[in-house]
Design a protein around this ligand. Structure first.
Ligand code: ZN
Length: 224
C-alpha cells in the first residue's frame, strides 16, 4: 500500500464505487469528490455520500451545474428522450460533453490544494459506450496537460480502463464489497439504485456484466 492519499472522482455508481474500494486497498488515505452537474437524479449525490461514509473516507461535493447547461444531453435535459443504443454516426445523447474533462480538471485543482497527487477515475475504454472521454488516450493526454498546467506530477489511475463489466464485478468481489456495489450503488439512468430499472442502457450493461460474472463464478464453483 502506498503511503499516500488518493482522490477518487466519485459518483456512487458501480464503477466509481469499485474504484473507491480499490483506492482504499492501495492508498493509506482516500478522499472522494462528487459533482452536481445538473443531472436529473441529484439523489445520486446523497447515495454517494452514504457509501463514502460507510467506506470511512472523506467526502466532498462540488457544484458544477453549468456543465449541464453548456452542452445538450439527455442526462441533464428532461425534454430529450434518451438514446437506447449508440447511433452509428455520433455519440449517444447520454454523453455529457466535457464531463470527464471538467471533473478531472477540478479534481486536480482540489487535490493540489490538499497536497494530493493521485487521482482515481472509473472510466473504461472496454465499455466506453461511445464516450470519447472514457478512452485511455484522452486520460493520458489530460494527465500530461494537468501536469503542465499546474507544474505538478499528478498520476491519474484508471483501474477499470481495460476490464469489462463482468471483470468489474469480479474486482468488487475480490475487494470484498460485492454486496455494497450490488445493492447500494446507482448506475441506472432512471435513478433507481441497486439493480435499477432494468431496461435503460446503463442497467443493461450492468446486468449483462453481472450475469456473465455470476455464470463464470458458478462454473468455477461447480468444477471444484
Ligand atoms: Zn436503468
Amino acid at each position: 500500500m502506498k503511503k499516500e492519499t488518493a482522490l477518487v472522482v466519485f459518483s456512487g455508481g458501480q464503477d466509481s464505487t469499485t474504484c473507491l474500494f480499490w483506492a482504499k486497498k492501495n492508498f493509506s488515505k482516500v478522499c472522494a469528490l462528487s459533482f452536481i452537474y445538473g443531472q436529473k437524479h441529484v439523489k445520486e449525490v446523497e447515495l454517494a455520500r452514504a457509501i463514502a461514509q460507510k467506506a470511512g473516507v472523506d467526502f466532498d461535493v462540488m457544484d458544477v451545474s453549468f456543465i449541464g447547461s453548456l452542452g445538450k444531453n439527455s442526462l441533464t435535459d428532461t425534454s430529450i428522450e434518451m438514446d437506447q443504443v449508440k447511433p452509428a454516426d455520433s455519440v449517444p445523447n447520454t454523453f455529457v460533453p466535457g464531463r470527464n474533462l471538467f471533473f478531472l480538471s477540478i479534481a486536480a485543482v482540489y487535490a493540489r490544494e490538499r497536497g494530493i497527487r493521485h487521482l482515481v477515475t472509473g472510466v473504461s475504454q472496454t465499455d466506453f459506450s461511445g464516450y470519447p472521454d472514457c478512452r485511455d488516450n484522452f486520460i493520458k493526454s489530460l494527465n500530461v496537460t494537468l501536469n503542465l498546467a499546474m507544474e505538478e506530477q499528478f498520476v491519474i489511475h484508471t483501474p477499470l480502463m481495460w476490464i469489462d463489466k463482468a471483470d468489474t464485478w469480479a474486482l468488487a468481489d475480490e475487494l470484498g464489497v460485492f454486496d455494497i456495489i450490488r445493492n447500494e450503488t446507482l448506475t441506472c439512468y432512471n435513478g433507481i439504485p441497486g439493480d435499477g430499472c432494468g431496461h435503460c442502457p446503463a442497467c443493461k450493461l450492468r446486468r449483462e456484466g453481472l450475469e456473465k460474472y455470476l455464470a463464470r463464478k458458478n462454473n468455477l464453483n461447480s468444477a471444484e
